[in-house]
Design a protein around this ligand. Sequence first.
Ligand SMILES: CC(C)(COP(=O)(O)OP(=O)(O)OC[C@H]1O[C@@H](n2cnc3c(N)ncnc32)[C@H](O)[C@@H]1OP(=O)(O)O)[C@@H](O)C(=O)NCCC(=O)NCCS
Length: 161
Amino acid sequence: MTVEYVIRKAHLDDVKAMHGLLLHCAQKGLLLPRALIYLYGHIRNFFVAEMPGGELAGCCALAPVWEDLGEICSLVVRDDMRRRGIGRSLVQACLGECRELHLQKIFALTYQEGFFTRSGFEVVEKSILPQKIWADCVHCPKYPDCDETAVFLHLGEARTA
Ligand SMILES: CC(C)(COP(=O)(O)OP(=O)(O)OC[C@H]1O[C@@H](n2cnc3c(N)ncnc32)[C@H](O)[C@@H]1OP(=O)(O)O)[C@@H](O)C(=O)NCCC(=O)NCCS
C-alpha cells in the first residue's frame, strides 16, 4: 500500500512526537531512549517523515562523529507504517546531508542489519569505529558486550534505488 508522506528537517515542535516514537522502541530494547533535553539540543541532526495530517510516521538522525565519519542513529518508523519505504527515505535524506557535509563514511549500530544491507551498507567489525567506542560505547551499560551489529557505507558505493 502506498502512503503519502514528506521527509523534512525536524522542528522543535516535533520533539515530543519524536520522543514518543523513540521511547516506544526503546522500551522494546530496539534502540537507545533519548531524553527530551537531548532531542532539543540535537534537533538539527534530525529528519522526520510527516504524514498529510501533520502526524509523524518516523524520524532519523545523522550525527557527525569525526572529520569524515557520521552515524545514523535514532531511526524509527511507527509500527503501523513500516515496510512502505519510509525508513529507507529517512536514511536517504541523511545520506544526502552527508554529501553536503562532505562525510564519506557512514555507520550505524543496529539490530536491523537486513534493513541497512538492503540500502548498500555492509556488516563490519566495531573495532573499525574507534571514535565511536571512545566517545559513546565505553559509557554504555552493555560495554564491552555489545550485541548490536555495526553496518558501514562508503558513500561512493551507495545504492541509488
Ligand atoms: C528498521 C525500520 C526503521 C525500517 O523502517 P521501514 O520503513 O519499515 O523500512 P522500509 O520500508 O524503508 O524498508 C526498506 C527495505 O528494507 C527491508 N526491511 C525493512 N525492515 C527490515 C528488517 N527489519 N530486516 C530486513 N529487511 C528489512 C524492506 O523490506 C525493504 O526492502 P526492499 O529493498 O525489498 O524494498 C523499522 O522497522 C523500525 O522502526 N524498527 C524499530 C526501530 C529500529 O530498530 N530502528 C533501527 C535502529 S538503528
